[in-house]
Design a protein around this ligand. Sequence first.
Ligand code: C2G
Length: 446
Amino acid sequence: MKKVITYGTFDLLHHGHINLLRRAKELGDWLIVGVTTDNFDLERGKMNTIQNVVQRIEAVKATGYADQIVIEEYKGQKIDDIQRYGVDIFAIGSDWEGYFDYLKEYCEVVYLPRTEGISSTQLRCEGPSVNIGIIGTGSIASRVIPESKCVNSNCISAAYNPSEKECRAFSEKFDIPMAAKTPEELLDNCNAVYIASPHYTHYQYAKMALDAGKHVLCETPFVLETAQAEELYSIAQEKELVLMVAHKTAYCPAFLHLVSLLKSGVIGEIVEVNASVTTLTDESSDKLDSKRFGGSMNENACFPLLPIFKFLGTGWRNINFYSKMKRGVDMFTKAVFRYDSAVASFQIGLGVKTEGNMVISGTKGYAYVPAPWWRTDYFEIRYEDQNLNKKYFYPFVGEGLRYEIKEFVSKVISRDFGFFRLSKREILKMTEVQEQYLKGVNVFKL
Ligand code: C2G
């Protein structure tokens, strides 16, 4: 039996892909199709895929040409697959002419003519686009714009800042078509908003946008009260809108894999999570202004809360907070969570500096994520027997904000309202912790 193998992303499957699969199948008796994983595509620079791996596999299956489907998840896998499956012919489109000649050592390599005039890129451009209006034109918004350009199917259509002068300067700098004079004008010129305003204004803007039927991507911390968060989620649900929190760590490849790896038991039962995030900040900054809900908890708590919830869940028994105060805000807070059979803690600070790493301890070993763990491309799994230690490396492209933008844009386009990467429950619980702190429950001031 002659075995043929071919690979691809097969995003928005079109007749070019179908021709390729048909021709590949005609070369032999058994066709194996390798479909790239979402992470592998990110790693090889494909940020703009619209469909996830499951949807793409289903589409390939539906063509009826594949006798076997495998997923391609790492560079060099083609050689392993050819040997593992006893492949006779490797086939790929002629746009790759010459590139895969190195496989000739293992099997026959055939470049099949590419179908002209059709591509996933073209379909993505023709497809629906998300026109994003930016509310708040500070430093985070400036970082988001270049990152959004790396993601397909979106454009920044308008910006709003209560200061007209700042808004105009920002819009000119980033070539944004509209510097809106009012939030209403912004909402009239977009179908989604990205909220990057001071956090005590998030609720008001998010509500206004959802009421106007716009999808919302909101910076962290989301809102200051659980009741506000619940209200926003229920409006989004009722109106079938995407409401997502822009927590960049939750969408970055290394963190996503750390979660699935530890969930699979590689360090045994998880008994402790400890993480720190400190950023020394000028005392005159808004981030330390008590009237604007500044302070370390409001600014940084959502970062360490993410791994704590992912690894230990949200069923803690109690939390104690220890805060070093100055002018009515916490310059530094240590929080300790008691779970039934585990403990978690974090250190966060705007006026105190410490090592920004994360350690997750289990009954068989521990995970060590060096600083800055919240935007990492690397971690280690360590054991008593050091020979078993393993290092893991991942891509972390640019500022890492493109991962969350990509997730948001593809959710809006595919009208997919379920967020498995950062759930509504986790966001509500993050808000609950911050609310508990603001109300002073178990807060010990130093
Ligand atoms: N293709 C084609 N005609 C088109 C478009 C694509 O023949 N108009 C072929 C490509 O040459 C490739 C296959 O369809 O053989 C899948 O294309 P993509 O989904 O774009 O995947 P690609 O990025 O080419 O990945 O490891 C993955 C492989 O390297 C190929």
